[in-house]
Design a binder for this molecule. Structure first.
Ligand code: 6PG
Length: 245
């Protein structure tokens, strides 16, 4: 596993644009290696900002979007189309304008089509086993001010699940309380892991996650690593807690 790299951009827009360009390049590269590129997207405001930037980027046409499989690292357990779902927010940012095959956009079932978050997590895990080709080319993570990634929160038992690749998460400290998340076990199969973080309220979490010996139980963002690269894509306020090296 390569050492994490930190790249700092002036502000959130510059960060989203840089991440979008990097994503387009990574997907092209993945497609030169395997029939399908596998990407796990993130929710939150950063996740949507990146999709919006990809949609505007002229180079996006270099990707064969029909050969991209899209997943989410986590989803809020709400009915399809709910404005608070991560996929709905990514859709609103223009995800489907990219020319993806809708059958390869893997959405987490909500309470409208599944009996429980547990059932939904199991179904998502089955899809990953069937179509995930054993790993992710790129995983995008937003990071919360408490250091959470996906729906893996500090001191939350979902973090400790090692016998499943997707889990139901209840009592999430960030609303809504019910979610489905991929597990650390699942994120371990990633070539590239990118943390996308904007804002001064995240500076402490960013510094804590990168501190030597950081413990993912306390700061979940200290957990996921890519086998090829782990990148911290930050804006200046989010980077303000890191020492100058
Ligand atoms: C969510 C995401 C969560 C998010 C972080 C950062 O449900 O919102 O799963 O992990 O990525 O909380 O969110 P922002 O980018 O909005 O700060």
């Amino acid at each position: 596993t390569a050492e994490p790299q930190v790249l700092v951009h002036a502000d959130k827009q510059a960060l989203a644009d840089a991440a979008a360009a990097r994503l387009v390049a990574a997907l092209q590269e993945a497609q030169s290696r395997s029939p399908e590129a596998q990407v796990a997207l993130t929710g939150g405001s950063m996740g949507s900002a990146i999709i919006a930037s990809v949609v505007r980027l002229p180079e996006r046409t270099a990707v064969d979007w029909q050969r991209v499989r899209v997943w989410w690292g986590d989803e809020r357990y709400l009915p399809a189309g709910d404005p608070d779902r991560n996929d709905t927010q990514n859709d609103e940012a223009g995800l489907l304008e990219l020319g993806l095959d809708p059958a390869k956009v893997h959405r987490v079932a909500g309470p409208d089509t599944s009996g429980s978050a547990e059932e939904s997590a199991e179904a998502y895990a089955r899809s990953i086993r069937e179509h995930g080709q054993g790993g992710w080319d790129v995983v995008l993570f937003g990071v919360g001010p408490d250091g959470h990634v996906a729906s893996l929160f500090p001191h939350h038992p979902a973090q400790r699940v090692t016998d499943a690749i997707a889990v139901a998460v209840h009592d999430s400290p960030k609303p809504p309380p019910d979610r489905v998340s991929l597990t650390f076990e699942c994120f371990e199969r990633s070539r590239q892991v990118w943390f996308l973080v904007s804002g001064a309220d995240k500076a402490e979490a960013v510094a804590a996650a990168q501190a030597p010996g950081a413990d993912r139980w306390e700061v979940p963002a200290a957990g996921p690593r890519g086998s090829e690269a782990t990148l911290w894509l930050l804006d200046e306020p989010a980077a303000s807690g890191l020492g100058d090296e």
